[in-house]
Design a binder for this molecule. Sequence first.
Ligand code: PLP
Length: 374
Amino acid sequence: MRALEELVVEYESAKKDPKFQAELDHLLKTFVGRPSPIYHAKRLSELAGGAQIWFKREDLNHTGAHKINNALGQALLTLRMGKKRVIAETGAGQHGVATATACAHFGLPCVVFMGAEDVRRQKPNVFSMKLMGTEVRPVTSGSKTLRDAVNEAMRDWMSTVETTHYIIGSVIGPHPFPMIVRDFQSVIGREARQQSLETLNRLPHVIVACVGGGSNAAGMFYPFIEDSEVRLVGVEAGGHSSAPGQHASPLSLGQPGILHGTMSYVMQDEDGQTSPVHSVSAGLDYPGVGPEHSFWKDEGRVEYTFCRDGDALATFDKVARCEGILPALETSHAIAKAMEIAAGLPRDQIVMVCLSGRGEKDAAEIARLTGRDY
Ligand SMILES: *Cc1c(COP(=O)(O)O)cnc(C)c1O
């Protein structure tokens, strides 16, 4: 609790400090390449046959996804707190790479905890992290995947908190992490809101984002929460089916519970033990979800639904061929739902999708799953 209470105080003071914000804004501009554009996916809109589909292009960020927005913000916070070492967890390796990048930029030593199973499946990301001077520590407990990596990172932090900051990768874990990650990712929604007003002279009718832990969705949605006329839709990983263990849709199919220090919807069995989860995309297979999403669900402000593995894979191909963009498999879940929603709306309406990341990382896995040469 002491570590968390200290973090609340440090973060609140950083948030109010114009120098901290200016330094972060400068980095986002010069190192990440922000602002990321909004883009009209005309041919994909034609294919869907209804409303106009627009993308918020987080795939164009340095390192290829939204994760860098949070990693840089928290790395700056680490320096401000006078801490000398960073740890992080990673599943598919995207947050690990973003954190390794931020730490190389600032010259901070970094250790990334990664399930041994994920180390095996995500070799290119493991190599990138090592190239940037990060130590990747394989976690061999439990299912050897993301939730075990979070456990291990929290264990390390409890014994090293004097010198170490834990850069968590999504809007999960105990307070204040979900708030900090949401705030750093809200640059996505702030830009999208302003760009919509400038380019479209209005706000989008519908906004769609995929939900793993929920950070790209929270960052996209948060600046629109007060705009009650904007419909917000979060898309979870529907996996193979709605049977236990075959998907990762805690908001759609889970029960309230506690995981990694936060109360939220969780995939669990009758005894309250966390259940195994499955998704075709490694970035979405987490058995819990950010607590603010649970609040938005219960309040009715955001609708949550899910997309099956097969629909995400089919949508990846459509976006590649229609738009010349390879979306991440995670993002493909959101685009699939956006196309479905667009099909039911008039042509003059706007559906905006958070294009959370690029899909080159998924090419080999897609080739394997669809029986094509890589
Ligand atoms: C990590 C990742 C996600 C899922 O994480 P959230 O915290 O739910 O955003 C989605 N898309 C991409 C491209 C990712 O790398």
